[in-house]
Design a protein around this ligand. Sequence first.
Ligand code: FMN
Length: 187
Amino acid sequence: MTKHGLQTTPMKSLLVLFSHHRHNTEKVANVFAEILDAKIKTPQEINPTELQEYNLIGFGSGIDSGKHYKVLLDFADKLPQVNDKKAFIFSTSGVSNPKYMAKIHTALREKLQTKGYVIVDEFNCHGFNTNSFLKLFGGMNKGRPNAKDLKKAEEIALNLKQKLEHQTEQTDKKVEKTIAETKKSKI
Ligand SMILES: Cc1cc2nc3c(=O)[nH]c(=O)nc-3n(C[C@H](O)[C@H](O)[C@H](O)COP(=O)(O)O)c2cc1C
C-alpha cells in the first residue's frame, strides 16, 4: 500500500511450458517458477486472453528441428496483441551454445515481438536427448540439465526478479508523484 492509499502493483509471472521428450525443460521451468513465484501452465491449459493478468511471462519448451515445439509456436500465433509486455524465452536442446540459442529461439522470438512482447532475457542449456538412433547408445547429454545448468537458470531468474521489482517500484513512485502534484495544484 502506498502513502496515498494505492495498492502497490504486484509482480505476477506465468510460465507457458511444453516439455515432453524427457521433461528436461520442465526442470528449468521449476527453478524459474520457484524464484519468480510463477504458475506453470501448458499452452493447452491457457486461454490466450488470460495472459493480460501477468506482467512477466516465460515461454519455454524443448527444441525440435531447430525451433521450439510446434505446440508453443502455434500458441504464440494465437496470442492477442499487447503493448510492451515483458517476456523471456527458454529451452533445452541437444546442442547448446550462444550462437545456436540465438538461432533456435528466432521463430518464437519473432512471433512474440510481432505480438508486442519485449523479450527481456533468453536461456538455453543442454537437455538429455534420446531421439531416434541416439537411444541405441544410451542417449546424448545424459544427466542434463545438471546442477550447474539449473544454477545458471536460477541466476537469470533472480536477475529478472530484481529488474522487474525495481521497475514496478519506479512506476509506483511515478504514480505517487503525479497524485501528490495533482493534489497540490488543487489547493
Ligand atoms: C523429435 C526431436 C527433435 C529434436 N530436434 C532437435 C534439434 O533440432 N536441435 C537440438 O539441439 N535438439 C533437438 N532435440 C533434442 C531436444 O530438444 C532435447 O532433448 C530437449 O531437452 C527436450 O526437451 P523436453 O524434455 O523438455 O521435451 C530433438 C529431440 C526430439 C525428440
